[in-house]
Design a protein around this ligand. Structure first.
Ligand SMILES: *Cc1c(COP(=O)(O)O)cnc(C)c1O
Length: 220
């Protein structure tokens, strides 16, 4: 299947899942994850009219998007991978949404860069819902304290929460937990759900689904 057929298929799934959940399909944004995808497929998605994309590495995001952003001023780029302090300036300059605020140091650094560059980007806090040692994100127990730090100490515009569930557990449990945590903080946005489970995520309130292979096919 072509990228534009894949996109149509996913838009239809979004509509159906949203209807099932008595939500509006316009409340769900498809973030097409273009990491490790060839230029032709990215251009196919653009030609099909898709405008919201996600990347997990700053360097690769520049390769994919620096020139394309100049040609398409309506692009919205989400950073969905872990951010290092020494890449914060580049990330703030290129991305429009940062989904992976996950520790005090990066919150502070990103806030300083935004002030310096005059860019007030919406941010998500990444939550390690499975409390996995190797995974980024704050634990549910530390979330409130970390949110307060981001919001009051750093002045970051935190709009929502993001999670990547453990691969060996039912994702719906983690989606439900993220939804509950967002409710406690009165946050509206939930970035959760990937190619294999985005319909479940929409039923549990996802406002942003991050779909890579489902849109573009297998990664190289
Ligand atoms: C790669 C990636 C995705 C997309 O995964 P697919 O299974 O290809 O849909 C989503 N979220 C994050 C954080 C990723 O790194």
């Amino acid at each position: 299947m072509s990228v534009s057929e894949n996109l149509d298929h996913i838009y239809a799934d979004i509509k159906n899942a949203a209807e099932d959940a008595q939500r509006s399909e316009s409340d769900v944004t498809l973030v097409a994850v273009s990491k490790k995808q060839p230029a032709e497929r990215i251009d196919e998605a653009l030609a099909a009219g898709h405008r919201v994309f996600g990347e997990n590495r700053v360097q690769e995001a520049y390769e994919h998007w620096e020139a394309r952003k100049k040609d398409n001023s309506d692009l919205v780029l989400h950073l969905i991978g872990p951010l290092q302090s020494n890449k914060a300036a580049d990330a703030v300059a290129l991305f429009d949404v940062i989904e992976t605020i996950d520790r005090e140091k990066i919150a502070k650094t990103v806030a300083k860069e935004m002030a310096k560059q005059g860019r007030d980007l919406p941010c998500f806090i990444q939550v390690n819902t499975g409390e996995e040692e190797q995974k980024s994100g704050v634990t549910p127990a530390r979330l409130k304290e970390f949110y307060d730090y981001c919001y009051y100490e750093c002045g970051l515009k935190i709009v929502g929460l993001m999670c990547i569930p453990p691969i060996d557990e039912p994702p719906a449990l983690h989606f439900a937990l993220l939804q509950k945590l967002a409710g406690q903080l009165d946050l509206e946005k939930l970035s959760m759900g990937m190619s294999a489970d985005y319909e479940d995520a929409i039923k549990l309130g996802a406002t942003h689904i991050r779909v890579g292979t489902g849109v573009f096919g297998e990664r190289s």
